[in-house]
Design a protein around this ligand. Sequence first.
Ligand SMILES: CC(C)(COP(=O)(O)OP(=O)(O)OC[C@H]1O[C@@H](n2cnc3c(N)ncnc32)[C@H](O)[C@@H]1OP(=O)(O)O)[C@@H](O)C(=O)NCCC(=O)NCCS
Length: 169
Amino acid sequence: MLMEIRGPKAADAKMGLEYINALVDEGAMIGVIDRSTLAQEKKIFRQMAAGNKAGKRIDLFAFENKMIVGSVKLEFLPEQISPHIAYLGISVAKEYRGKGLAKKLYSQAEKKARKSGIERIYVKAYAENKRAISFYKRLGFIEVALLEDEIKIGDWREDALLMGKKIVQ
Ligand SMILES: CC(C)(COP(=O)(O)OP(=O)(O)OC[C@H]1O[C@@H](n2cnc3c(N)ncnc32)[C@H](O)[C@@H]1OP(=O)(O)O)[C@@H](O)C(=O)NCCC(=O)NCCS
């Protein structure tokens, strides 16, 4: 695989739009249900690039053939009270799953997080997202709490599983 992994640039918005909308169309359990627009993605990528530059978050994208094929984000909690905590979000394009890409993206993000003073990473998964839960367990995350009824989309309700990993000893 000829793949580049790097942080976001404002100019990546169009690729970002195709990537996120493919996940939405697939019904991937990523916490986004509406298709995005180019204007929205431009704003998101501008903010993401600025947030990375300011050391307030970490985002990494995997690119192949001028497409985004995977992404990982670590959003830091407010510096004043929890400068050591980050929340994770991760996804890989359907055709690229099962090849170790998410693991690679995560481990690069975790390494950067450690250098930024992050000590614990949390992630929230839909309780029915067995694939993601197995994936997080493989990375060393443990179950912290079952958040009953956390998701409510129209009439549909679902529990979420909060998982966590201590990344420093
Ligand atoms: C969850 C997801 C990110 C995993 O990405 P991936 O690139 O396929 O994962 P990897 O190939 O890096 O797998 C890493 C490890 O997780 C395990 N894993 C991955 N998918 C799995 C599955 N479907 N069932 C069981 N284990 C799985 C692998 O066995 C592997 O372990 P190993 O290193 O011991 O072999 C991907 O399936 C995805 O994007 N899903 C849709 C979006 C989503 O649900 N994101 C999470 C929201 S909470």
